[in-house]
Design a protein around this ligand. Structure first.
Ligand SMILES: NC(=O)c1ccc[n+]([C@@H]2O[C@H](COP(=O)([O-])OP(=O)(O)OC[C@H]3O[C@@H](n4cnc5c(N)ncnc54)[C@H](O)[C@@H]3O)[C@@H](O)[C@H]2O)c1
Ligand SMILES: [Zn+2]
Length: 355
């Protein structure tokens, strides 16, 4: 078991990572939320049958009354209706400001549980128990919460840090292979933008990290520490936190153009590959480093390219919320382990992407 202290300006909290980590929940809750009487467990139809009882037992052990809200698994549920149902559930059960929401699931669940907690009674405690690789290394940590609206993904939300994150890596055993691979998109991203040691570990593991419990725990913890170090400097996403968007400016466009049928992590991998190609053409990234990064993506079953045109990328990026004042923030990796944020006009971005 490992603990990473997550230092986000307004609130510091522990991220406890390990095989069987869920068993720390009752003790931690007694320590962290001594005034809590009730807890709402938010989960979904794939995860609840596997892990909800385990979590409920822990809460009961901590002396809490529990309620649960289980929604239909999948991104399509990530809307205001589900969150409103959580508010109503808590109101009906008489939740007060010292009570707790528990998010048990992938990123869809942790984003919504966090948003329900951020907004109910102007903010109550949320404890995240992520169950997908992507949620463990990315979505459940850092305090971004939210929902989708018809105009776009994650368009409504709040910054709301959890009180605790418990990452039981044994939960990853039931994750479908393709969902695990998708999470590797964010893991490799962390390696490329800031963590050459992680990169080497992933290379050495030769594509097999799922079955080695210790290694998996270590790799998840390294990713949490990486994200922590970035969020520490820029909780509200106005500066350095943007490096976490490596591959995302392009990836989001590919994702949206597919009508969200292509998984996020796959689109991010494609986006990273396309940006690497452009950096090599610009002469700022060595072909050897680009090859090393792309080989790693492929080793973990991820794609490194896409046939989307530069025109489509620039058009899509201009519609993305991440553009600022007509400029597009493009994240570049010109040296393994070092990311930079470059603001480009649409014309510059087009030139950069064009062969
Ligand atoms: N808040 C943030 O900073 C942040 C960062 C990245 C992504 N996100 C959000 O996260 C979401 C994507 O997360 P995700 O990929 O975890 O999606 P998800 O929650 O839909 O989970 C992916 C799939 O895995 C299943 N699953 C999860 N854990 C399982 C387990 N242990 N065993 C079996 N099946 C399991 C789910 O039921 C689902 O089918 C998106 O909505 C994205 O916007 C948020
Ligand atoms: Zn992402």
């Amino acid at each position: 078991m490992r603990t990473v202290r997550f230092p986000a300006g307004s609130r510091e909290y522990d991220v406890i990572i390990g095989n069987g980590a869920v068993s720390v929940l009752s003790g931690e809750i007694k320590k962290l939320c001594p005034g809590a009487v009730k807890a709402l467990i938010v989960s979904e139809t794939n995860v609840a049958p596997l892990y909800l009882e385990k979590v409920r037992d822990e809460l009961t052990k901590a002396g809490l009354e529990t309620a649960d809200y289980v929604f239909e698994a999948g991104e399509r549920s990530k809307g205001i209706e589900a969150v409103a149902a959580m508010w109503n559930k808590m109101a009906e059960a008489g939740f007060t400001r010292t009570d707790i929401v528990i998010g048990l699931g992938g990123g869809v669940t942790t984003d919504m549980a966090g948003f329900a907690a951020a907004t109910f009674l102007r903010g109550i405690n949320v404890i995240q128990v992520p169950t997908s690789l992507l949620a463990m290394v990315d979505a459940s940590i850092g305090g971004k919460t939210g929902i989708d609206i018809p105009m776009g993904k994650n368009q409504v939300g709040a910054f709301w840090q959890p009180s605790l994150v418990v990452e039981d890596t044994s939960f990853l055993k039931t994750l479908p292979d393709e969902v695990f691979t998708e999470g590797m998109g964010e893991v490799t991203k962390h390696a490329f933008i800031m963590d050459p040691v992680l990169l080497e570990k992933l290379e050495k593991a030769n594509g097999n990290i799922r079955d080695d419990e210790d290694l998996l725990e270590e790799i998840v913890a390294m990713n949490v520490a990486d994200k922590a170090s970035v969020v520490k400097e820029d909780e509200n996403d106005n500066g350095r936190r943007q490096i976490l968007n490596f591959g995302h400016t392009v990836g989001h466009v590919i994702e949206r153009d597919s009508g969200f049928t292509k998984p996020h992590g796959i689109c991010v991998a494609k986006g990273m590959g396309l940006i690497m190609d452009a950096c090599v053409r610009a002469g700022t990234l060595s072909p050897d480093d680009a090859k090393r990064m792309k080989d790693l993506l492929m080793l973990y079953g991820l794609p490194v390219s896409d046939d989307i045109t530069p025109e489509a990328i620039v058009k899509g990026a201009m519609n993305d919320k991440k553009k600022r004042g007509g400029l597009i923030s493009v994240i570049l990796v010109n040296e393994i382990g070092k990311a930079e944020i470059k603001k480009m006009t649409p014309e510059e971005f087009m030139g950069f992407l064009s062969k």
